[in-house]
Design a protein around this ligand. Structure first.
Ligand SMILES: [Zn+2]
Length: 137
């Protein structure tokens, strides 16, 4: 089993931030938007974006930032694992928010290939404890 993550926690946060912002606004982001969402300074956001770009997850054109198709796929994979594991920890008695905070520390390490196995072990739930669909569209 592959357990070496291909990104850091900060890169994971950056990837999911862009994914969520693109979904909510439907528009590409600027550096300042990414920095603000991540609560980091623009040079820090720029460094993270450069790393995600070199992995093929992020595209930058004339100052506008968007996810590539493989970036979107990686984000969806992390979110599916995230939401499935939230269901598990909520079933252990954690609140939805506590489960979310815990799972965010390692969902990107688990890997998307585990998602169907986790979901099957949990009886194939369709929603996370916050009510979001387990499989993001
Ligand atoms: Zn969550």
């Amino acid at each position: 089993m592959e357990t070496k993550p291909n990104m850091t926690k900060k890169e994971r946060d950056c990837l999911l931030t862009i994914y969520n912002e693109e979904k909510s606004s439907g528009l590409p982001l600027r550096l300042v938007d990414v920095a603000r969402s991540l609560k980091v300074k623009p040079p820090t956001a720029l460094e993270l974006l450069g790393r995600l770009e070199s992995k093929g997850y992020v595209e930058r054109r004339r100052g506008l930032i968007s996810l590539s198709e493989s970036g979107r796929e990686a984000a969806r994979g992390i979110l599916t694992v995230h939401r499935a594991l939230e269901v598990f920890f909520a079933s252990c008695g954690l609140s939805a928010d506590d489960a979310c905070g815990l799972v965010a520390q390692f969902d990107y390490i688990v890997g998307p290939s585990m998602a169907p196995k986790i979901l099957s072990a949990l009886g194939n739930p369709s929603k996370c404890p916050h009510g979001y669909p387990i499989q993001p569209q």
